[in-house]
Design a protein around this ligand. Structure first.
Ligand code: HEC
Length: 106
């Protein structure tokens, strides 16, 4: 299992254990999650990036790969987002660049 997958399992288990069904991280009926394009890294991107603001805030942007890297840097440096491991950062940047990049054509 990839580290990100392990994290998702742990978070899901913790959520269930605490009985916090109100804001379950992976509710398929969450419109914010449902609006996201399917692809590798979707779950983890949702988990990390929907913590402080709606995903729409992110999805409405079209940044280059470099632009997404900078955006994540702003979240960490300006807004106190927890530092990501490099493989976690790469997973999110790959997902956003592929589906919401300047070349995504959507
Ligand atoms: C710790 C809280 C927090 C987390 C976690 C977070 N953000 Fe943000 N984000 C903010 C705040 C605060 C703003 C600015 C206020 C606003 O525009 O509502 C913002 C704004 C944005 C914007 C619009 C403005 C800009 O700088 O381009 C984008 C895009 C964005 N975030 C992307 C992300 C992505 C991608 C992630 C996940 C990797 C993420 N955010 C996670 C706090 C956070």
């Amino acid at each position: 299992m990839r580290p990100s997958a392990i994290k998702i399992v742990v978070v899901t288990a913790a959520t269930l254990f605490c009985g916090l069904v109100a804001k379950s991280a992976y509710a398929d009926d969450d419109p914010d999650y449902a609006a996201m394009i399917e692809g590798d890294g979707k779950d983890f991107t949702f988990l990390v990036c929907s913590d402080c603001h709606a995903m729409q805030h992110v999805l409405q942007k079209r940044y280059s790969r470099r632009g997404w890297q900078d955006a994540i840097k702003r979240m960490t440096e300006d807004f106190g987002m927890a530092e990501l491991e490099s493989d976690e950062r790469r997973l999110i940047i790959d997902y956003l660049n592929l589906n919401y990049g300047t070349a995504a054509g959507r």
